[in-house]
Design a protein around this ligand. Structure first.
Ligand SMILES: NC(=O)c1ccc[n+]([C@@H]2O[C@H](COP(=O)([O-])OP(=O)(O)OC[C@H]3O[C@@H](n4cnc5c(N)ncnc54)[C@H](O)[C@@H]3O)[C@@H](O)[C@H]2O)c1
Length: 253
């Protein structure tokens, strides 16, 4: 087991990609701490990990609430004496171009997609620095490297995640801490429900994928979980400040 006894915090792990990543980390021996604002989704994910014989706990936390995140980080550090992995995953999509995007929505998405990653990393960093090791993985998106039509809020924040990842990686490599970014493409989770509606249903989005994505299909959460495991484990021990784009080839098409 490649993560035996490591302590991993994963935000937004009550569903989708975050949950699949948390499940795989737990299967690989980590004690997983789920931070999700949806209390029942978080506790359901943790219970299913424990039912499978692995270790997990859930905390109902909105990660844009600095004080709540700091409290959980302090409690975990005090109880376990370590935090080896932080996967900043929770994020939101707010549609619209420069003139149509809801300005309050732009601020909310900045607060969740960028600032919450920043704050969680800031709270965890002293624990990792003291240990002389640690891994942070920030979820960006293929929209962090692409133009995405009428999605100014999403692309701006997801590009910012990559810049922030590189800054953290450069500043903290000397402490033995690696920081990378994950850029998924189309992955079939509830996250895309509003966009599917906007596109005119699943048939329309799947036709779009056959046309625009070289592999011609959705990615699965398990495929992305394998990328997560690579980036948070020692399998990527010489990788820092990088992005891993898992998008079926969309960004090269
Ligand atoms: N699914 C995709 O196609 C896709 C593609 C690229 C990037 N992403 C990124 O992945 C992340 C989420 O995607 P998913 O597919 O796993 O979504 P999902 O909707 O399946 O799960 C998101 C989880 O995050 C939680 N969450 C949302 N806001 C939160 C907050 N403020 N505090 C704590 N928890 C919160 C939700 O309760 C939910 O459990 C986002 O950062 C998104 O940008 C997804």
């Amino acid at each position: 087991m490649i993560l035996r006894d490591r302590v991993a915090l994963v935000t937004g792990a009550g569903s989708g990609i975050g949950r699949a990543g948390a499940e795989l980390m737990a299967r690989e021996g980590a004690h997983v701490v789920i931070l999700d604002r949806d209390a029942s989704a978080g506790s359901d994910a943790a219970a299913s990990i424990r039912d499978a014989g692995h270790r997990a706990e859930a905390h109902a936390v909105d990660v844009t609430d600095d004080a709540a995140v700091e409290k959980v980080v302090s409690a975990i550090a005090a109880r376990h004496g370590r935090i080896d992995i932080l996967h900043n995953h929770a994020g939101a999509q707010v549609p619209g171009d420069l003139e149509s995007v809801d300005v309050a929505g732009f601020d909310r998405s900045w607060s969740l997609n960028v600032r919450a990653h920043f704050m969680a990393a800031r709270f965890v960093m002293p624990v990792m620095r003291a240990a002389g090791r640690g891994v942070i993985l920030n979820t960006s998106s293929s929209s962090g490297v692409l133009y995405d039509r009428e999605m100014i809020s999403y692309t701006t924040t997801k590009h910012a995640v990559i810049a922030m990842t590189r800054q953290m990686a450069g500043d903290y490599a000397r402490f033995g801490i690696r920081v990378n970014a994950l850029c998924p493409g189309w992955v079939d989770t509830p996250f895309n429900a509003p966009f599917i509606g906007q596109m005119g249903g699943r048939g329309a989005i799947e036709a779009y994928m056959r046309d625009k994505v070289p592999l011609g299909r959705w990615g699965t959460v398990d495929e992305i979980a394998e990328c997560i495991l690579f980036l948070v484990s020692d399998r990527s021990s010489y990788v820092t400040g990088q992005i891993l784009v898992a998008d079926g080839g969309e960004t090269i098409a």
